[in-house]
Design a protein around this ligand. Structure first.
Ligand SMILES: [Zn+2]
Length: 162
């Protein structure tokens, strides 16, 4: 038996935890073979197999390539469009709230509103005159005109006391 293996077996028998890892098969075979070239070739062959296996393991440990980069152009364009639309809607909201004298943040619907504490319904404050003329007055005139057109003209005698 190879000395290397004998020493390790003795050490393991006395204290398995102190014996350390067992000698490699190649080392034991090399010692057993002595000058036998056939066993020396076998040991070299086993070393090559081991090196190949280690190389394969390393290849498996390589990190995966990063995922393909996505083209975010369309998303960025959509976000820009939405942002512009929100800005436009905010402007209209603020203008209409000013025209109606209401809270531009919650229209009086949010008791936790930092602007009005839920008391900002339309008419809760004096409407902004310029915004009122721009937004509300045309609508009021339209309603008045429609009502006038719907009511038939009254004759001077109609409804008069007899
Ligand atoms: Zn409010």
């Amino acid at each position: 038996m190879a000395e290397l293996l004998e020493r390790w077996l003795e050490a393991a028998a006395q204290d398995p935890s102190a014996a350390g890892p067992p000698p490699s098969t190649q080392d034991v075979l090399a010692q057993l073979a002595g000058d036998d070239p056939r066993v020396a070739n076998l040991v070299r062959y086993m070393s090559l197999l081991e090196a190949q296996a280690a190389e394969d393991d390393e290849a498996e440990d390589e990190p995966e390539p990063p995922p393909p980069a996505y083209d975010t152009t369309e998303i960025r364009i959509a976000v820009r469009r939405l942002h512009a639309e929100v800005e436009q809607l905010r402007h209209r909201n603020d203008l209409l709230a000013a025209a109606l004298g209401g809270c531009y943040l919650c229209w009086g619907e949010d008791p936790a509103c930092e602007n009005c504490a839920g008391r900002g319904r339309p008419g809760s404050s004096l409407p902004d005159a310029r915004a009122f003329r721009a937004c509300v007055l045309p609508a009021v005139r339209r309603v008045s005109a429609t009502r006038r057109a719907a009511v038939p003209p009254t004759s001077p005698t109609e409804g008069a006391p007899q």
